[in-house]
Every structure is written in C-alpha cells, then in structure tokens.
Design a protein around this ligand. Structure first.
Ligand code: FE2
Length: 445
C-alpha cells in the first residue's frame, strides 16, 4: 500500500519511515488539492492541463512528463502539456493500433515503459522517441480511454517504485475526469449529458481515492484494519438516517475515511499494546487529532468540514474529550456524528486487552453515555440503521437467506459483526434513549 510503513524496507529507521510516510501524504494531498479545483475550474484547458501535469509530477518527484489526450478517429495520443524535456515535439503524436488501445484499456494500473515493451502500449510510428518515457498511466473514465500521462526521468534518475506507481494511479483518476470533460466539449449536447452523469459519480471517484487513504491509515496495525473504512460507512449511514442532505452524507463518508489520518505518525507499538496506555502513551495517541489536523488543514476538499472532524472527533459533549475540551454545541455536528460512528466501531472491535462488545452491549453503553458524552440525534441515527439490519435479518430468517432491503441499500453493520438483536430489542434501546431525552415525561396529542 502506498502510504504504509510496511511498504518500506524494515532496515529503515522508524523515524525515517514516519517522515517518509508524512512527506508522501503531504505531496499526494497537495496534488489532490490542486487537481480538485482544476476539474471544475472555468479556465481554459490549455491552462489547467499544464497545471495538473505539474501537480502530479511534483507529487512523484518527476523531472519530465507529458499529458496526452486520446483521439479516436484515427486512434492516436496527442500531447496537450509537457514539462521538463530538453526537446519535445509540439504536439507529440503517437498513432495507436487496435491492439494498443486494447492494452491501454485493459492495463489495470500504471506500467513501467522500456525500450522493449513500448510496442505493447504504443506504436513506434509517432514523432516521440521510444525510451523517452519511463512509465505511463492510461487515463480512463468508465470503460473509455481518454488519454494518458507519461513520465520521463525522476529527480536524480531515481526509479519509479511501487509507491510512486500507486500514487500515479491514484492521481490519474482526477486527471482522467478533467481530460474527459475537455474531450466532450466537441459536442455540446453530449457534454451536458455526460457531465450530468459524471457529476452523479464524482463522489464515487472521490470516495475511491479516499478509500485508498483510509486503507493506508488502517494498514498501520492489524488491530485497526478496516476501522477508517467502517467509520466512513457508519458515519454516512447515520447522516442518511437523520436526513442530512446528500452532500453532507458524502462529506461525512470522506471525513470518516480520514478522521484518524494523524495515526500515521503514532508509534505502531501502541496499537498492539496488551494493556491500557499509560499517560505518556495516551498523550502520544491523542496527538493524532492535532497532527491529523495539521496534515489536512489547507487542503481544499470538496467538503470543507473534513479538517474539523479530523481535529474534533474525540471531543465529547461534556467537555471531557480532546484536544480542545469543547463542550455542548461547540463540538461541530459532523465531529459528533463521526465520534459516535468511531465509538461504535471501537466498542464492537477486538482489542488486545478486551473482547469485542456485542451490538446490544455497545448500543446500551452508548445510550447510557448520551446525552452526557454523545449527541442524541447521532445516536438515534445509529439505532435506526442497526434496526434496519435487524428487520432484514428477521426477514432472512423467515426466507432462509439474506433479504435485501427494498431500497437495495447494503446492510449497515460490517460483515464480521454478528447481530444479536431483533427489531424489538432495538426498539427497547430506542425507547431508553427517548426516555432519557424527555426525562420520562409522557406527551399526549
Ligand atoms: Fe481517532
């Protein structure tokens, strides 16, 4: 995985590994923050194409690179931006045979280019010398080839390692979207239709990229594998259950994916400790909130609340949380939702020093601490989503298989969790919450 310390040789000093991880994260985030606005900018493609290429090259320490768009009649790659080459044709044209188009479409990830394998990807009949490029990333949107990024030498002639190739693959999603948009300008009607479709899937593209980050954060230690991905899912489903609008739902998913990004710098020994953390260790662990905030602040995300969630997801309503000891409404709503999702996942996950709680135990414990520590509305959303699963489970028991809910929504709880509750058990827990919130007052119409 791109960002994990495990992708670096074990002979590296841990501090060097941490520094390298953070540097890679920062470079990638910087490139993402540049690429995001470029996609929706009103500026001319002739301005944004070199800018995108430059961001991507900076993230990879590439000295030489070029961005191509695909033209299908006749099939060829045409350069739209280049940077760093001593001499580069204007434009560079590389004709493609059907076998090349097929290979570029089917190649799942960026590939190294050598003099010998150039002919597998590109014809040699163009005006660009084979051997000039060291690696390529085909740009695709859905199943359509839209262009490619080709990179030449890196700084100090360093090779493109596994990490750089993965980062290139990640960033090329964004470039592909923008090149595709540009290609569509040729037919206005087609452009409007396609853009609408693209806008509908833009969060998926974004999610895919952030999912990769989440997986990288969780790769730190086996005890937190899958945690960020689950928190992203739980938080967005809670937001959905409490009727936040869809941009907030998508934003909360992204924020959940990234909430623990500061943990990349925490000593991984702490994640595997078989007992509770001592004071110094707790402080180091708690610093992941402020460090994560430093990492993401200033990055222009499509959803502006990500930095506040990263910083404040451990704040609690009664002021006992950290790092700023915020109280009541000063804890941002998004952080309160991610805080509930995070707590629920932590409670239902195994730790070296305790067994995982059952779903019922976790819900009861959270309700017990609401509204003292947790936001009752977010907890209500959690209960609604768990109930949805219990209803589907009951239906499945009757039909003998998992019954998909009518909305085709995937189930809420992660696959590894066994739900020990029925709908009436959840209703009882919901009534406990209701009772606490109304302090036992009974209202009649
Ligand atoms: Fe956290």
């Amino acid at each position: 995985m791109v960002l994990s310390c495990c992708s670096v040789g074990s002979h590296y000093h841990p501090v060097a590994v941490i520094k390298q991880n953070i540097r890679r994260l920062l470079l990638t985030f910087e490139a993402l923050s540049d690429l995001g606005p470029a996609m929706t900018a009103e500026r001319d493609f002739s301005e944004t194409a070199p800018q995108m290429l430059a961001s991507l090259m900076d993230a990879l320490d590439a000295r030489e690179g070029a961005l191509f768009r695909f033209s299908d009649k006749p099939a060829m790659m045409v350069s739209v931006a280049d940077r760093g080459f001593a001499a580069f044709p204007q434009p560079a044209l590389i004709p493609l045979l059907p076998k090349h188009v097929h290979t570029l479409l089917k190649t799942p990830a960026p590939s190294h280019l050598t003099f010998d394998n150039w002919g597998d990807y590109l014809s040699t009949n163009g005006n660009l010398a084979p051997g000039l490029m060291k690696c390529i990333a085909p740009l695709r949107v859905a199943s359509r080839l839209v262009g490619m990024v080709a990179l030449g030498q890196r700084a100090e002639a360093a090779p493109y390692g596994e990490e750089e190739m993965h980062t290139l693959g990640l960033l090329s999603h964004f470039v592909a979207m923008h090149v595709h948009n540009h290609n569509l300008t040729e037919t206005l009607a087609q452009r409007v239709t396609e853009n609408l479709k693209l806008m509908a899937t833009i969060h998926n593209f974004y999610d895919n990229t952030l999912e990769a980050f989440a997986a990288a954060i969780d790769f730190k230690h086996v005890n937190i594998h899958g945690h960020s991905l689950r928190v992203g899912r739980y938080a967005s489903d809670i937001a959905d259950a409490i009727s936040l609008d869809q941009s907030e739902v998508a934003g909360l998913r992204a924020a959940g994916y990234l909430h623990d990004i500061g943990k990349v710098a925490v000593d991984k020994r702490l994640f595997g400790k078989a007992s509770a953390l001592d004071e110094a260790e707790f402080r180091e662990m708690a610093d992941h909130t402020t460090l994560g905030h430093q990492i993401v602040q200033g990055v222009q995300f499509p959803w502006a609340k990500i930095p506040e969630v990263v910083r404040s997801h451990h704040e609690r309503i009664d002021g006992t949380g950290y790092p700023d000891h915020l109280q009541q409404d000063s804890v941002p709503e998004a952080a309160r939702i991610v805080g509930v999702a995070d707590t629920f996942d932590a409670m239902t996950s195994e730790r070296p020093y305790r067994r995982p709680m059952s779903i019922g135990e976790a819900l009861n414990e959270i309700v017990k601490l609401t509204p003292t520590k947790y936001d009752p509305v977010a907890v209500q959303g959690l209960i609604v989503q768990v109930r949805r699963d219990t209803v589907a489970n009951s239906a499945a028991q009757m039909t003998g298989k998992w019954a998909q809910p009518k909305s085709d929504k995937p189930k809420f709880l992660d696959d590894h969790l066994r739900c020990d509750l029925g709908p009436t058990d959840v209703d009882y827990i919901a009534s406990l919450l209701q009772h606490k919130m109304t302090r036992g007052r009974v209202y009649s119409a």
